[in-house]
Design a protein around this ligand. Structure first.
Ligand code: NAP
Length: 310
């Protein structure tokens, strides 16, 4: 970690005052456990857990996300069945595919890569996935359980952020946390996890209509930024020793890069130089844990369907 830290700071010309919350080492420790669980499932049921991956069209970011999921799946030893369908696939065709996967006992989890083309209702598709196989945790059933503070398949990004906070032993009980962004996939489920009994943070959920945002962020021990605007949040908006979690992933055109773009987070990382803050990097932060949490959800779904504790 120290070596990696020095490298990052050298590349970014930063001093070492702030701490970087790398996700890679969090992922490595989770992957060890995931591999054990895959082996346990294999011993008990004579097959690996199986994830059905559905992707419509060829949007660059979606293709990358799906390929990262397949890669980690291969590493931990799960099986994946891929359905790469044309963008023109109709809503009824997609719903029929989901119905058949719901009824297929060899399938443990179903993931439909979002966003979907405009002619398809995401709500309809998400609701159609059996809640037992809803490894993204977006279904009304799993979101309902989460809202009630009960055991659920939890949306992967929110779950991954909780794992990072836990790994780095960030105190949460009685602490004030501000989340910027109230989407159903990040901010809202995260607000439920953080305010849950046992975690006990005091959570403020901000959005585009929030007035005087800094009034909340400057007073917070932890700030989570999930807005989708590069470098939106900087050190002038935070306490000197805040923990800052950057969820944002935006592709910014960059002709100096071979692929023609670079990835930027919502946090102006370098502005935290010479502060006592702890910040997650982009890339190498929350995104890494989103895909790891998906695999955790798959294992959990696979065991639960068999009536065995995950
Ligand atoms: P989203 O659905 O577009 O939601 C954005 C949220 O930001 C909304 O709640 C919006 O408020 C709020 N917002 C927009 N402008 C704001 C402003 N000026 N001040 C305060 N709040 C503002 O986005 P999302 O799906 O949650 O994703 C957010 C970012 O995270 C994107 O960059 C996305 O690519 C990234 N992401 C990363 C991962 C990962 O694995 N790292 C996973 C998912 C998403 P309103 O509700 O009022 O519109």
């Amino acid at each position: 970690m120290k070596k990696e830290l020095r490298k990052t700071f050298k590349n970014a010309n930063l001093s070492v005052d702030m701490r970087v919350l790398y996700a890679k080492e969090v992922q490595e420790s989770t992957v060890v456990e995931l591999k054990k669980e895959v082996r346990r499932f294999g011993h008990l049921f004579s097959r690996p857990p199986l994830l059905a991956l559905i992707l419509l069209g060829s949007d660059g970011a979606s293709v990358t996300y799906v390929s990262n999921k397949r890669k980690l799946g291969d590493e931990i030893g799960i099986e994946h069945r891929d359905f790469f369908l044309p963008e023109e696939t109709s809503e009824s065709e997609l719903l029929s595919l989901i119905d058949s996967l719901n009824g297929d006992d060899s399938v443990d989890g179903i993931l439909v890569q979002l966003p979907l083309p405009k002619h398809i209702s995401e709500e309809k598709v998400i609701s159609r996935i059996s809640h037992e196989k809803d490894v993204d945790g977006f279904s009304p059933y799993n979101m309902g359980l989460l809202a009630l503070g009960e055991e659920a398949l939890v949306p992967c990004t929110a779950k991954g952020i909780m794992t990072i906070l836990e790994y780095y032993k960030v105190p949460l009980s009685g602490k004030s946390v501000t989340i910027i962004g109230r989407s159903n996939i990040v901010g809202r489920p995260l607000s439920l996890l953080l305010s849950k009994k046992g975690v006990d943070a005091t959570v403020t959920l901000c959005h585009s209509k929030t007035k005087d945002l800094e009034r909340y962020t400057k007073d917070s021990d932890v700030v989570i930024v999930a807005v989708g605007r590069p470098k939106y949040f900087d050190s002038s908006m935070a306490k000197n020793d805040a923990v800052v979690i950057d969820v944002g992933i935006t592709r910014v055109s960059d002709s100096s890069r071979k692929r023609g773009y670079r990835i930027e987070g919502d946090v102006d990382f370098s502005s935290f130089e010479n502060t006592d803050a702890m910040v997650t990097p982009v890339p190498g932060g929350v995104g890494v844990m989103t895909v790891t949490s998906l695999m955790e959800n798959l294992l959990k779904a696979a065991f639960l369907r068999k009536g065995v504790e995950a």
